[in-house]
Ligand binder design. Structure first.
Ligand code: SAM
Ligand code: SF4
Length: 340
């Protein structure tokens, strides 16, 4: 019995604070067809291709994590659906024994052509970003995006049979905060979940002052309750940082992701792999391990990867230190490099 328990622990990733890491967010590209104002600068330089992990390398990392007890993988980016050959990777990840769930976060622009392919490849759930239903504001916030394509993408995902689709909306005060009621109505009309996200200071941007346009989850919640009625707390736990509520008579969950106003680090169960193969131990800190170097080292084998991943648990920080008003340097990487 004791031996069995210790074998089980051997195949689990547990950090210094006793938190079990069973969730990997994997960025498959830093590129994107949008340039959202909170995520990127207008003129981005993307990584040279040879610096980005190949699909085979991504699969090796995913497999190693699953063998070490990871139960959920979320594919993200940049925009994951602009990565060539992605279905090849998705099919293989989804088939890994021990993986409970393969999910994907997308801006939705490629879903009209890819929703069914994703479903067939074994993706079980989708998060789709949507910050506004106003066409010109959508163009302003994404700089290059076409709202109609994204709405058609959401319809395609519903038609492809995805269950529990979740919309993600980053809310900026005075920009899209008055869009909150329309977004809630859109989600509840279609039985979709929706999460409102506080903007995080990832990467230096000049388009707006993050502190001035900061809109807290409590403010978003007030907007919803003024327009509709009091939100009812739900007992749903998704193992993530969202706190969920719902409107009476609606099955849609309304979530709030509040890295500033409600710190969620104590329950952190996740790590992130950047498209360049850097394993980030915390969204808001720079602690990382270069898995690309491990993968590309001469004579590297599966055990080298296992050792590097296990070793990373020793440097997972206790929590982030986001501060919108801080003079201290912000984390330098943009969200598209982080694997949001
Ligand atoms: N391109 C995909 C998308 O937009 O859904 C996946 C990658 S994107 C980096 C993942 C999520 O991060 C999106 O929901 C986006 O709105 C959010 N995001 C990007 N920059 C952010 C920031 N500075 N603060 C908070 N959320 C951010
Ligand atoms: Fe692209 Fe997503 Fe970043 Fe927008 S949030 S620029 S869609 S990666």
């Amino acid at each position: 019995m004791l031996q069995q328990l210790s074998d089980a622990n051997q195949s689990q990733l547990i950090d210094r604070f006793g938190r079990r890491v069973d969730y990997l967010r994997m960025s498959v590209t830093d590129r994107c067809d949008f340039r959202c104002v909170y995520c990127m600068s207008e003129d981005m330089t993307f990584l040279p291709r040879q610096q980005v992990l190949s699909l085979e390398e991504l699969l090796s990392v995913g497999r190693s994590f699953v063998e070490q007890g990871v139960k959920r993988i979320r594919i993200t980016g940049g925009e994951p659906l602009v990565r060539q050959g992605l279905p090849w990777l998705l099919e293989r990840l989804a088939a890994l024994p021990g993986l409970d769930e393969l999910t994907l976060t997308t801006n939705g622009s490629q879903l009209p052509r890819l929703a069914t392919t994703l479903k067939d490849a074994g993706v079980s759930r989708l998060n789709i970003s949507l910050d506004t239903l106003d066409e010109s504001l959508f163009r302003e916030l994404t700089r290059t995006g076409d709202l109609h394509k994204v709405l058609a993408g959401i319809d395609a995902a519903i038609d492809a049979g995805f269950d529990r689709i979740k919309l993600n909306a980053v809310i900026l005060k005075g920009r899209n905060s008055n869009e909150v009621p329309a977004l809630v109505q859109y989600a509840t009309d279609r039985g979709l979940d929706i999460s409102f996200i506080e903007e995080m200071p990832l990467g230096t941007i000049t388009e707006h002052d993050r502190a001035l346009q900061f809109c807290s989850s409590d403010e978003v919640r007030q907007i919803i309750e003024q327009e509709f009625t009091e939100l009812l707390p739900t007992t749903n736990k998704t193992g993530g940082p969202s706190k969920y509520y719902r409107l009476p008579d609606s099955k849609s969950r309304i979530g709030f992701i509040s890295p500033h106003s409600h710190n969620f680090c104590g329950d952190c169960n996740r790590v992130r792999l950047t498209a360049a193969g850097r394993l980030l131990l915390c969204l808001g800190q720079e602690h990382s391990v270069d898995l690309r170097a491990v993968l590309r080292e001469q004579g590297a084998d599966e055990q080298s990867l296992v050792r590097a991943i296990r070793g990373s648990m020793a440097i997972k920080p206790e929590g982030h230190t986001f501060d919108l008003n801080a003079d201290a340097a912000e984390p330098l990487r943009f969200m598209n490099l982080t694997g949001g």
